[in-house]
Structure formats: structure tokens, C-alpha cells
Design a protein around this ligand. Structure first.
Ligand code: PLP
Length: 383
């Protein structure tokens, strides 16, 4: 499952070595030709192709059941390469309304190149309607941030195929363990490796996986021009991280469900958002799409009251750390209106219910009783 199949017959090593070398013999003095990597791209300079990065890409391709993968210096680096390689002036794109703020911000910034961005969702029906209006690229998040709404990616992919739009699925929150978007017809699946894939809060990285070999060349060329390939050390750490993805993510999903149920019973909590709860309006879609009856390691909740009460909880947690990001070993509590959702317009925030009493909790790997105790004592401070 963790996808490793590296073996060096020379040394017997089972781990992909860390190739820090930026340069490679060029041309190959044995043959007089340019060296090629295993997939046929020129192997002469690490901004273009690097053997450690290739090791990581192979694992991701296997996990997403894709024929190819490209690793980037960050999730946003991946997104930028996709936008630049695919879009031309006059194109329309559709992006999840409740998306990661910077993904949305970058798409909206493309207006200066004559590219129009329409925000869609959060419900699938709205997506389908906006896709019908003629678009070349659609960007969907499997689970939205921060309210963990689950899009019916299968239905969206079907519609994209019918109208000839390319579908990018940001699968960061679901991981390939829950969902493999390419199997439902997505064009590209994308991860902020920074989160569950690397999994230890010590790597910034991004990765995409796809099946189209022509588009792979185009994306590879843009990564080369942009200089946004993942660094070899990050690839080494990400390889190490991804080898434990299954056990980490399963534990995080189990903790998220237990904490969601725990918070539902708290008199200090107004509402809990987690697709694993039977009461969630997204439970059915999650059950339809996600394997293994797991619903992700992240939830959000509204503290009774307003900003003062929410910030009090943020200030009082001890085991849980107040910080952005998710997917690592530490449980992180986050205030979306000043973090991932900060750049959404006030109207969008209002429409989506991202208000000043909303907190987002990303589960780490701490003992579940410690987490409950920590939340209990923090919530008890709320007047
Ligand atoms: C869903 C999602 N996609 C993409 C990104 C961007 O990834 P990175 O921070 O690795 O650039 C983030 C970052 O938080 C994210 O949450």
C-alpha cells in the first residue's frame, strides 16, 4: 500500500538515496548522448529532473493509480504550473467557492491575463450549472476548507467530460486512501504534500498525478521554466512520510470522528461540521465516494458566542497547538477567518457561514483522551 518498490542491486538498499547533486554528466561520456531519466526526460540538472524526486513521484503515481506524477516545491507551486500550462487569455475557469484561500486568490489574479474565474458551489448542483456555462478548467476540492463539505466529484467529473473541460481535483484532505479522483475521470489530482502525505509538519511540498502523457510534457516544461520542482531533501522526507500514510491517516480519521461526537455533546459548542457524523448533510456523498468508511482527519465547529469565545478556546488549548496547516503529528487548532479563509471576500465568507465563532481542528496523533481533556478544559473557560 505504501507504494515503495525501490531496490538497488549494487548495494541491496531498499530506500531511495538522497541525491543532492544539482548537476549530472552531460553528455554521458560513455555514449556521447544526453542522459535520460527512467521516464525519458533529460537528466542533467536538478531543476528539471532529480532521481530522489523521481522516487517520490513513482510512489504518488502508484497511490493515485496514475501513469505519471510531478512533484513541486509547494501545493501552490503545483497549482501555478497547472494554471500557466493550461490557460490562455479568454478562457473561463470554475473554482470551488469554499476553496483554500490562496488557490482562489491566484485564480482570481489571472483576470489580469484575460482569464475569468467563476466561483462555484459549495453544493454540487451549483458546480454543474456553472460548468454548463462553457469553461476550460474546473478546480474542485474533494473536501472543502474549513467546513469539510464533500463535493460529488464523480458527478462533476462526468459533466466535465461531457463539455470537454479539464478537471483538477485537490485531493489534499481526502488523500488517495479515501479517494482516487483519476478513477472517476478527473484530469489531474493534486496534493499539498505539506499535509497528510509528508505528514510530520516538516516539509513544504506539492504533487500532481495524471494519465495524459502529452499534458505531462507540457506541465514538466512549465515546472522547469518556473523552477518549482520539489527539492531532493523534501522528496526524501516525503518518501519517508508517505510510507506511514495509512496508519497515520487511519488514526487521524478515528480521532476526528471521536472528537466530532465529543464536541457535539458539549454545551459550549453550537454546531460541528464533519462528514463522518450521520447528521452531516455530506455524510451520504462521503459514503458514496470514500473507501474504507473513513471521513478525514479534520473538522470544524462553532463555539457558542462570537469572536471573544472562539479566541478564548484558541488561547487555552495546551496539547492542541494554535496554528495553521494540518495533516502532521500535532493536532492544530486554527481560526479560519484570519487564516486559510482570510482572503475570501466578506460576501463569500458570509454566504458560506465562515464566521467569527468558527474554529478548525486538524487531528494529529496524540492520545484521544488527552485531546478530549484539553478541549474540555479550554471550552470550560468560555463564559
Ligand atoms: C487544500 C489545500 N490545497 C492547497 C494548499 C496549498 O499548499 P501549500 O501550502 O503546500 O502550498 C493548501 C494549503 O493549506 C490546502 O489546504
Amino acid at each position: 500500500m505504501h507504494g515503495h518498490d525501490y531496490y538497488d542491486p549494487e548495494t541491496g538498499a531498499f530506500k531511495v538515496p538522497l541525491y543532492l547533486s544539482t548537476i549530472f554528466e552531460h553528455p554521458d561520456r560513455r555514449t556521447g548522448e544526453t542522459r535520460k531519466s527512467d521516464r525519458g526526460f533529460e537528466q542533467k540538472y536538478s531543476r528539471e529532473e532529480n532521481p530522489t524526486v523521481r522516487g517520490f513521484e513513482k510512489v504518488i503515481a502508484k497511490l493515485e493509480q496514475a501513469s505519471a506524477s510531478l512533484a513541486f516545491s509547494s501545493g501552490m507551486g503545483s497549482m501555478a504550473a497547472i494554471y500557466l500550462s493550461t490557460l490562455s487569455s479568454g478562457d473561463n475557469i470554475v473554482v470551488t467557492k469554499e476553496s483554500y484561500g490562496t488557490t482562489q486568490e491566484l485564480a482570481l489574479n489571472l483576470s489580469k491575463f484575460g482569464i475569468k474565474t467563476t466561483l462555484a458551489g459549495p453544493e454540487t448542483e451549483d458546480f454543474i450549472e456553472k460548468i454548463n456555462q462553457g469553461v476550460s478548467l474546473v478546480v474542485v476540492e474533494t473536501m472543502t476548507n474549513p467546513q469539510v463539505r464533500v463535493a460529488d466529484v464523480r458527478a462533476i467529473a462526468k459533466r466535465c467530460k461531457e463539455v470537454g473541460a479539464k478537471l483538477v481535483v485537490d485531493n489534499t484532505f481526502a488523500t488517495p486512501l479515501l479517494y482516487k479522483p483519476l478513477l472517476d475521470g478527473a484530469w489531474v489530482t493534486l496534493h499539498s504534500v505539506t499535509k497528510y502525505i509528508a505528514g510530520h509538519n516538516d516539509v513544504i511540498g506539492g504533487v500532481i498525478a495524471l494519465d495524459d502523457s502529452m499534458d505531462l510534457v507540457d506541465l514538466w516544461e512549465f515546472r522547469r521554466r518556473l523552477g518549482s520542482i520539489m527539492g531532493p531533501f523534501e522528496a526524501f522526507l516525503s518518501l519517508r512520510g508517505v510510507s506511514t500514510l495509512k496508519v497515520r491517516f487511519e488514526a487521524q480519521c478515528a480521532s476526528a470522528l471521536a472528537i466530532a461526537e465529543f464536541l457535539q455533546d458539549s454545551p459550549k459548542v453550537e454546531e460541528v461540521f464533519y462528514p463522518g457524523l450521520k447528521s452531516s448533510p455530506y455524510h451520504k456523498t462521503a459514503q458514496k465516494l470514500f473507501a474504507e468508511k473513513l471521513y478525514g482527519g479534520l473538522l470544524s465547529f462553532k463555539v457558542k458566542g462570537g469572536k471573544k469565545e472562539a479566541l478564548e478556546v484558541l488561547k487555552r488549548v495546551n496539547v492542541i497547538k494554535p496554528s495553521p496547516s494540518l495533516g502532521g503529528t500535532e493536532s492544530l487548532l486554527n481560526y479560519p477567518i484570519t487564516s486559510a479563509s482570510k482572503t475570501l471576500s466578506p460576501a463569500v465568507k458570509r454566504e458560506l457561514g465562515i464566521g467569527d465563532n468558527l474554529l478548525r481542528l486538524a487531528l494529529g496523533l496524540e492520545d484521544i483522551e488527552d485531546l478530549k481533556e484539553d478541549l474540555s478544559q479550554a471550552l470550560a473557560r468560555v463564559p
